[in-house]
Design a protein around this ligand. Structure first.
Ligand code: LRH
Ligand code: MN
Length: 390
């Protein structure tokens, strides 16, 4: 084996686990068009089968996140057993208060206590699902906000949000956690009730130790230094999870590392600096993506490999040389140490390492040669393909 990736680095990479989203295997698109594709799953079982195929070929995706009600089933215990039989776990449970007419003007922040009650009850139902699936994390993303100045009482909404979240938090048991995801705009276009890390932090800090911030890499204003936020949230002990994806413009939900691999490298460097890849890490690393035009399963394979690859490069940063250059104020030397690691092509060694562990050296090629896609296209005929609606 090559010499760049030391046994310590390989041990860290061996522990790495990236949770995949069930909805990435269903149809998705934009407001203009959602494309159907042959072989798309029709139910959560078929989504889990595809997620298991990603894990089989990469050894990296040992759990799959669910979205309620998109992944609603009669028997979550049976779904859990099905997943476990395929070698994966059921992971983060994602709530959904962004597709119901009652929530047009808000859900957990709504003026009307009856609407808030309905939204809180949905979250309590999600915790019931967690009890059945053995999931640890409840992830809450809220589409709530307003489109015109004056439309909403932003302060009143924060107070109602805090009160609603407290009721949900009180329902958690065991090691269960609540993740509050922020997003700076869309579908609201004037104010969003949880627009940034500061607001999410303020709300979860008020709840307690098991409430954390979820950082979706596509949810920041252009030009935001996301790795600085990663550093600060870790420093505050409140970085609970990532929704990994990449974007050129807005919340494009593209393959992580595809639009900006250097940003992913910088983010993973700060994750490592803060102990986020240590054996006792409390961070859930999840993908949150949509494969609108590309093959979904191969897209997921490439995504988890991109995170692994940029993690490997970030682990290669010569820490002692970097600290020495930083302390001596040698700007260009410090930057050079950082860039050397980023420019180090670790792909051949990772391929060798995978082969040594009985995994395909090139998982994407293995998937294309496996016949899995042709198999699901032949088998999954009829029924309704899963998507953001179904
Ligand atoms: C919102 C979001 C959230 C999910 C949804 C699928 O943009 O990032 O995490 O619930 O995408
Ligand atoms: Mn997200």
């Amino acid at each position: 084996m090559g010499t760049m990736l030391s046994p310590e680095i390989l041990a860290t990479l061996e522990r790495q686990a990236i949770e995949v989203p069930s909805w990435a295997y269903g149809n998705s698109g934009t407001r203009f068009k959602v494309y159907g594709t042959d072989g798309t799953p029709r139910d959560p079982f078929e989504k889990i089968a595809d997620a298991a195929e990603v894990n089989r070929l990469t050894g990296l995706a040992s759990s799959v996140a669910l979205h309620i009600p998109w992944d609603k089933v009669d028997d979550y215990g049976a779904l859990r057993t099905y997943a476990n039989d395929l070698g994966i776990e059921l992971g983060t449970i994602n709530s959904n208060t962004f597709q119901d007419d009652n929530y047009k003007f808000g859900a957990l922040t709504h003026e009307d206590p009856a609407v808030r009650r309905k939204a809180i009850d949905h979250h309590l139902e999600c915790v019931d699902v967690m009890d059945a699936t053995g999931s640890r994390d409840l992830k809450i993303w809220l589409a709530e906000g307003s489109n015109y100045p004056g439309q909403a009482d932003m302060r009143g909404r924060q107070d109602r949000l805090a009160e609603s979240l407290a009721q949900i938090y009180a329902r958690l048991s065991g090691d269960q956690r609540l993740m509050l995801e922020y997003k700076f705009f869309e579908p609201s276009f004037y104010h969003t009730d949880v627009p940034d890390w500061g607001t999410s932090y303020a709300q979860v800090a008020a709840l307690g130790d098991r409430a954390m911030v979820c950082l979706d890499t596509g949810h920041h204003a252009p030009g935001t230094n996301i790795e600085f936020i990663v550093m600060q949230l870790q420093r505050l002990g409140k970085l609970g999870s990532f929704d990994f994806n990449s974007r050129f413009y807005a919340d494009d939900d593209l393959i992580v590392g595809a639009a900006d691999p250097f940003q992913l490298f910088r983010i993973m460097f700060e994750v490592i600096r803060g102990g986020g890849l240590d054996a006792d890490t409390e961070i859930t690393f999840m993908l949150d993506q949509c494969h609108n035009v590309e093959n979904k399963i191969q897209g997921q394979i490439r995504s988890v490999l991109n995170v692994q690859e940029m993690s490997a490069r970030a682990l290669l940063v010569d820490h002692d040389a970097l600290v020495a250059a930083q302390r001596s104020g040698d700007v260009l030397a410090a930057n050079a140490v950082f860039m050397d690691a980023f420019y180090t092509d670790v792909r051949p060694e990772l391929a060798q390492w995978r082969a040594a562990r009985g995994l395909p050296a090139d998982p994407e090629a293995a998937f294309r040669a496996s016949g899995y896609q042709a198999g699901i296209e032949a088998a999954r005929v009829g029924g309704v393909q899963a998507g953001w609606g179904a």
